[in-house]
Structures are given as structure tokens and as C-alpha cells.
Design a binder for this molecule. Sequence first.
Ligand code: NIG
Ligand code: FE
Length: 438
Amino acid sequence: MRLMWKMLSGDCLQDLNNSMDMAMKLQLFRNARIFTPEDRGRPSSGNNQSRIIRYDHGAMVVREGIITNIGAEADVLRAIGGERFIDEYDCLGRSMIPGFVDPHTHCCFASLREEEFELRAAGTPYLEILRRGGGILSSVNAVSKATVAELSNMTRDLVLRALKLGTTTIEIKSGYGLTTEAELKMLEAIGNTAQEVPLDVVATFLGAHAVPAEFRDRSDDFISLLIEESLPAVKKQGIAKCCDIFCEEGVFSIDQGRRLLLAAKSLGFSVKIHADEVHDLGGAGLAAELGAISADHLLAASDDNIRAMAKAGVVANLLPGTAYSLRKPYARARDMIEMGVPVALATDCNPGSSYTESMQFIFGLAVVNMEMSPAEALVAATLNPAYALGIAQQVGSLDIGKQADFLLLDGEGPAVLAYHAGVSSVQEVFKKGVRVTC
Ligand code: NIG
Ligand code: FE
């Protein structure tokens, strides 16, 4: 923790130390306009996707980082009665929302790919760049030369920028290794990052992110290698909680996805899929069949498979930063919500198809380009991704028993995140009751 603070800014150090002491005591956050998703014990879908509890003059009590009371200020003050030694924080009437939960990132990498963005802007398709050995494979090349320390330094910088922009929980995938050794190196870097930042970090093994050159015409053999060698090694290392695969034309098929993810499930990993991003291969259907925690992208998913996801309760992680950067039509969030699929939003932060660590930017794209209401987008950026990562008991909404992870916004409510474009409306970020930005 200390390390991170020195990096953020020397001036913050004293502030942090005070905050750390404060967090050990009972804290009262008062004079806030509170907006929080209603947690009904499962991901919110359909009409519940927009269910927000609101206290116009609200307060929250926090003991050792955990919320012990929240509601209208008058009620909370009455309930705490004569409680003493309380640290009081005036939120100055600002809007309070839960910290963002970003459920899909590739923010462990060793180099940027700005030249590919220019190529795409000039008309070269994303998958064509990959076919030429660029794209994901160029990130693989850079990671192969990087040390664990270099990788964790870059990842930590990105994650801290995300934190300043309001992300308090983040998923990070491996996937630029593509050998057992390099994937373990990435996961070690992600594990180190998790120790050095105040965010909660969930690691995902994405060994099946691209077909390595040496397996070009025998991708089945690569899947066998992942099952027989990589998965057991990743399990033994103990950092990754989930296993993911990129099912796409020219990458991995649905059958290969099924084989790998069934093996991952049998080892106790939660499974998720990069599904139907460019072509409708049926990844959404596979996610439903396997009871995946999420299916991600879904730009090309069919109605039948979306309905299957709704029936199976699979969260749709939508990644509008990718549609923006690849100049593609956005995922059909409106249809998905109407068909009963719980929708979550993520940055997909990566050096290729979506170079952003800002959930605020994603929130804005969802409201403006995907016909989501600000209330739906708030649920999609906090509670539903917490379910998609299997950690909704700890984070994702401001409820008694959950962590006091929250943001104070410069605006009358969450809509400001889309309304005030191109700037950060997050003024302060708190993780477990500790102010982590200055
Ligand atoms: O989610 N689609 C596959 N994987 C990433 C892109 C990774 C990259 O281009 O480096 C994604 O968009
Ligand atoms: Fe991705």
C-alpha cells in the first residue's frame, strides 16, 4: 500500500496515514445525495436493471471499512444516537455512488499499439492485423521480452489511473503470454499489482487469446496443451480465479471453447467467454450452456442465444470502448435488457481494441450510443459486474455488510457521468472507507 502512495503523489502520504487511522474507527459520511443499485440477491435484469435506491439527504456509517448503516441522514443519526468517537465527513451535498467495478480488462501488457489504431483508421480490419502477425500477437511478442517487474509496473500505473477515475474493483486477464511460462509470468505480475494497489483485483487466465504462430494449423493441439499443461499450472499458482477464451473466426471455435472451459470448470475455475465479438459463432449460447459467469462483447450475438443467456442468468459484459475504437455498431443493450439479460459494462482496457481505463467514458458511450438510461448504466457499472465476478457480497452497491467503496461526484446524480463529456466528474474515491485520491 505504502509504495502506491509514494507513486501517486508525495503530498498524499500524510493524508493516507490519517485516513488509514480513521478507517479503523467508526466513520460517519453525511450530507450526501446517495444513489445505489438495489441488490436483490442476483444480477439485476429487465425492469430491475434500473432499480436505484436514492437518499436526497443521506448518510452512511462505516466501521473498519464495512458499511454498518445507510439511509436518510435523520434516520441514520437517530440510529447511532449517543455513539462516540465518531469521525465525521461532510460530503457537501455531492452525489455518492458505489465505486465502479470493471469486470473485463487486459491491462497487463508491455507496449502500446498506437500505429495499429492508425492502420484501422485507414481501413485495415482488426482481424486482418491479427492475421498478419500484429494485434494480440504483437502484444505477445512484447510480453515475451518483459520481466515480471516491468509488467507489474505498467499494470500498476494503469490500475492507479483507473482508480483516480473511479474504479475500485478490477478484473485483469493474462493472455499476452500464450505459453505456460509467459502466462504464469503475467499472472504473477497481476498478483503483485494486486498487493500494491488499494483496489480489489480479480485475475483471469486467458491462455486461449490467440493461436500462437507455431500452432497455426493445429489449434486443437494448442487447446490440448492448455488443458494438460497450462490449466493445472495456473491452478497450482493460485492467482487466477476465472478462465476465459476468445471464440472467433480464425481464433478458437465453439467446440474448442467447450473443451477448454469444461476442463477449467472441473478444476474449480469460474468460466467466461469473449463471445460473438465480430462474427456470430454462438459464444453466447455456449456461455448459457456452461453456466458461465459472463459472456463478453456480444456485438454479433443472435436473439436465440441472447434468450438462452437470459434463461441461464448469464451476465452480458458489454464493452462499448471496443465498438468505439474499432468503429463497429454497438452491442444491442436495449434488446438484451428487454429480453431479460443482466447487462454489465466494462472498459476492455487493452493496447489494441480499447485503450481506455475510464469507466466514466464507458458509461457515457452506453447512455449516448446504446440507449441505456443513466440508472441502467449505473447498475451495469457497479452491481451487475460485481455479480459477474462473483463478489457481489462484498462490493457493487452501498449496502450494510458490504465494503464502503464509493465515489463523490461533481453533479446532481450519476447522469453527470454521461452529460459532462470528456472530463472526470469523480472528485473523490473511497475504498473501504479510506479516501484514496487527492
Ligand atoms: O477483448 N477480442 C479479443 N481480445 C481483446 C483485444 C485484445 C487486443 O487487441 O490486444 C478484446 O477486445
Ligand atoms: Fe477482451
